[in-house]
Design a protein around this ligand. Sequence first.
Ligand code: GLN
Length: 485
Amino acid sequence: MELYELTIHELQAKLRAGETTAAEVTASVFRRIDAVEKDVRAYISLMRKSALAEAARAEEQLRKGEAGPLAGIPIALKDITCTKGYRTTCGSRVLDNFIPPYDATVVEKLRAAGAVFTGKTNMDEFAMGSSTETSHYGTTRNPWDLGRIPGGSSGGSAAAVAAGECIASLGSDTGGSIRQPAALCGVVGLKPTYGRVSRYGLIAFASSLDQIGPFTKDVEDCAIVMNVIAGYDPAESTSVPAEVPDYRGFLGRGVEGWTVGIPQEYFVAGIDPEVEAAVRRTITLLEGAGARCVEISLPHTRYCLAVYYIIAPAEACSNLARYDGVRFGFRAEGSRDLIDLYKKSRSAGFGAEVKRRIMLGTYALSSGYYDAYYKKASQVRALIKRDFDTAFASCDAILTPTTPTPAFKIGEKTDDPMQMYLSDIFTISANLAGIPGISVPCGFSAAGLPIGVQFLAGHFQEGRLIQIASAFEKLAPSEKRRPAL
Ligand code: GLN
């Protein structure tokens, strides 16, 4: 086994026992990057030089016995996360030359824990997309089948973990952008509760929905990264000053006596039969482990996609107003006056999907339409949240498929935005309700493509997600294949 193939907890043990060094681990990951990145294209920028320096510093800490929980662990960051002195593009031409003057809080926290940053991963432009195809920097390929998309918008972060081009990574999730690519790339992805992880230094897409979370190879690693990144941040007004438990404490506890809700609205026409079979197998396994799986109803599910595609574009058009070519980012040449500068810079800087969202959002917020669209959507959003509150009064967790199908082919949905939007049909509700969700690998299609199952829990119940996900992982250990790159 090569070092890049190991998990955080396996590497921690080896590093602490002196069986390997942070420099060796980092070198192994960069050798892997050199071997497979030309095929996968998970990264927009690599941070090779600083990674070596960080590895040396981690080694020093390990030697002195002062090592943090991620000392010497190579971690990749979605390129939506500000890194001081390192280009942060958000997958857009608009930010092609943007070098943030500060680090995101999650970056500071990971650094303080000893992490080694490998680079910035590819993503859909401004996180708008489900396939990484709207990136200005080209499409990332799915490590399980290079002709297919890795999911999105955090496709680079998911593919990098699956391909061994980092040990873990961070992504952001506004409507599914962590859980959907995690499912399609066969890794674990967690979207925390709204307010659980600070978004200071996360480039904003839709501010009432965005959250940062980890991609890892297994559930234990997910708990380790969550221990580092969760918690209140005075610099971020939506972060919540709630106590953070030790997420590792939820591992291996089992689900004996749990009630798990199976929402009937998530098993409908359009779901791929292999996905449905894999998810139903998960239900049987959990029942065998002592959980009671009961059918429930989340009656407002059918409005989720419509509500999301009003609220998210409305917030995005407001957040993206700042990219006008004046203060930072791309500026078009040869404009006549200020309005012309705005027009030319925004027309040339943004891609088609981002423009579509700006138009949708501007329309939904314009006077005369606000009540009919944004206000109405916000009211229906409250009903969607109430569905979950009711369900969690009697269920410990909810189980659904993460995605309706395994990874689709590159180019298959680029001409049909509606088809693309439908790939988040099962993940969007958690963002609207503000609840946490995790995707865990639960099997493979006959063609060898990974399938994910999603668990949802009430606000600030990430511990429960880790508990049920780790219980399920134990029940299906045979699923630990790796892509043959
Ligand atoms: N695919 C969804 C969208 O395009 C969700 C993206 C995300 O979670 N960032 O809006």
